[in-house]
Design a protein around this ligand. Structure first.
Ligand code: GUN
Length: 292
């Protein structure tokens, strides 16, 4: 029997707990606030940004949505960040990634006040993650993956976890969370130049796929009874769908699912957790701001 890890249900529970915390903060006179900034026209980014703002509305978190044209200069974007840094209604700032090519994303991130960096992308927060300092912010997607493991009582201690992908948004923070003393996994990070990727993955008790390659992980990557977390959200053409595409993960679910002890589906697995953890980080930022 394979457990299908239900990210929708788990995220609902996380959000329900947050509602209580938000109500308490409001009663103390503090409404958490999030600013979401989108530069450019990327359709997928637009969808993500809208769902982040919608999640705020549903929870009673104050939000600002900034949609800036593609031509926005780096200076203009940094100016907005500085304005949001000093806006006391705003506790979290998120600049949707990836920005247009002429924007130096890293330089923009450096300008976000680390105490408002709810994405956990600022070097101060990256360092705090590596240092296992809980006062920092951890990127939302890997945080959501850890929450899923926790919610399903999946042990990590002494397990071999293989993370495919070395991005700063998912792969690297995921590996850091798994190796930290709270989780105690033994971690390997694999990437596009890894030799014999299927062979390496077959040694994984926990396999995290975060590369953005549709259906890269097939049955020959899987150790029997492994736990598989699929972080991929890929659009593939599908003329039978009204939109002309469908969403698939990095894992070939149909062939992999029967071999696993537990697996996240796409959609409905890791995806909903990302937004829930963003809301959680925003509440944390608000609490930090008021010393609670
Ligand atoms: N693009 C894809 N995932 C993310 C995320 O977690 N945060 C931001 N800012 N951009 C993203």
């Amino acid at each position: 029997m394979t457990t299908i890890i239900d990210g929708k249900e788990t995220s609902r529970r996380v959000l329900q707990n947050l509602r209580v915390e938000i109500e308490q903060l409001k009663q103390a006179g503090h409404t958490p606030g999030l600013a979401v900034v989108l530069v450019g026209e990327d359709p997928a980014s637009r969808v993500y940004v809208n769902s982040k703002v919608k999640a705020c509305e549903e929870l009673g978190i104050y939000s600002q949505k900034w949609t800036l044209p593609t031509e926005t200069t780096q200076d203009e974007l940094v100016q907005l960040i500085h304005q949001l840094n000093v806006d006391t209604r705003i506790h979290g700032i998120l600049v949707q990634s990836p920005p247009p090519e002429h924007i130096d994303e890293q330089a923009v991130i450096l300008n976000i006040d680390p105490r408002k960096d709810v994405d956990g992308f600022h070097p101060i927060n990256v360092a705090k993650l590596v240092l296992e300092d809980p006062s920092g912010f951890v990127p939302c997607t890997p945080l959501g993956c850890m929450e899923l493991l926790n919610a399903y009582g999946i042990p990590t201690q002494g397990k071999h976890a293989v993370v495919i992908g070395r991005s700063m948004i998912v792969g690297k923070p995921m590996a850091n969370l798994l190796v930290a003393r709270k989780a105690n996994a033994t971690v390997t990070i694999a990437h596009s130049r890894t030799a014999d990727l299927p062979g390496l993955c077959r040694t994984a008790d926990i396999l995290v796929a975060a590369v953005g390659r549709p259906c890269l992980v097939t049955a020959d990557f899987i150790k029997p009874r492994a736990v598989v977390l699929d972080v991929g959200i890929n659009r593939v053409e599908d003329a039978t769908r009204p939109r002309g595409y469908r969403i698939v993960g990095d894992v070939d679910f149909a062939s992999v699912q029967p071999l696993c002890s537990a697996i996240t589906p796409v959609p409905g697995g890791v995806g909903p957790m990302t937004i829930a953890m963003l809301m959680s980080n925003t509440v944390k930022a608000c609490k930090l701001a008021y010393g609670e």
